[in-house]
Design a protein around this ligand. Structure first.
Ligand SMILES: [Zn+2]
Length: 103
């Protein structure tokens, strides 16, 4: 057993410090399994994080997500905005849109 000499930066204290430690473990596992594929990494880290977030108290989830983003987590909530009544694919008014998804 040796003492860590060079701690890099201050670590979060409190309930989320464990979350970060587990994330580091998850990130390491995800990297190991996927070689150089970023897509696969993101897929794996998302699956791990989704499971981990369920155990995080609701009031801490937002902060926990912020940490997870540092590790490449992506929650898919940043869908492009579209006006109601317009197509989510093209942004064109549904009555004029040529994409064929509108009755
Ligand atoms: Zn459309």
């Amino acid at each position: 057993m040796s003492e860590p000499i060079n701690e890099i930066g201050p670590r979060e204290q409190g309930p989320l410090s464990t979350f970060r430690e587990r994330l580091e473990g998850a990130a390491e596992r995800a990297h190991r399994g996927c070689g150089l594929s970023d897509m696969l990494y993101v897929e794996r880290i998302c699956a791990e994080v989704a499971g981990m977030l369920e155990h995080v108290p609701v009031e801490l989830r937002e902060a926990a997500r912020e940490i997870a983003y540092e590790f490449g987590y992506y929650d898919g909530e940043e869908e492009p905005y579209h006006e109601p009544g317009t197509c989510f694919l093209t942004g064109i008014d549904e009555h004029c849109c040529p994409c064929g998804r509108h009755p």
